[in-house]
Design a protein. Structure first.
Length: 120
């Protein structure tokens, strides 16, 4: 999720090229509503800096609703020291499709990757 429509478009295309199905949203609250609505989300890819709520708060809210959902963060600025890269991958924008693939591999359990690759 990103508030910049150009970033959403590029990341959506990258995810599509990697065989992932994306649900692009532009606000943190919208992402939370998607999960509240019952959608199974294997990985939440969120910008750290959103206009309505920061990405860490979105990740915490989603974790409370869907503990199996993994998270990866992205930002145009370096992350704060409080963000532990062992807990969630971080992508510095702009990033390559390969970097995105590596971040997803680090965030998502193998069974979820298999399910996504099968289209489910």
């Amino acid at each position: 999720m990103d508030d910049d429509p150009n970033v959403r478009l590029v990341v959506d295309r990258q995810l599509d090229a990697l065989g992932w199905e994306a649900v692009p949203v532009d606000t943190g609250q919208e992402a939370i509503r998607v999960v509240e609505g019952g959608m199974i989300v294997d990985v939440l890819l969120t910008d750290l800096h959103l206009p309505d709520i920061d990405g860490v708060a979105v990740a915490r809210a989603v974790a409370g609703l869907s503990p199996a959902t993994r998270v990866a963060f992205m930002s145009g600025a370096a992350p704060s020291k409080s963000l532990d890269p062992r807990e969630a991958p971080f992508l510095l924008k702009p990033f390559s499709t390969r970097a995105l693939a590596n971040a997803l591999a680090g965030a998502v359990p193998v069974d979820a990757r298999d399910r996504t690759a099968r289209g489910g």
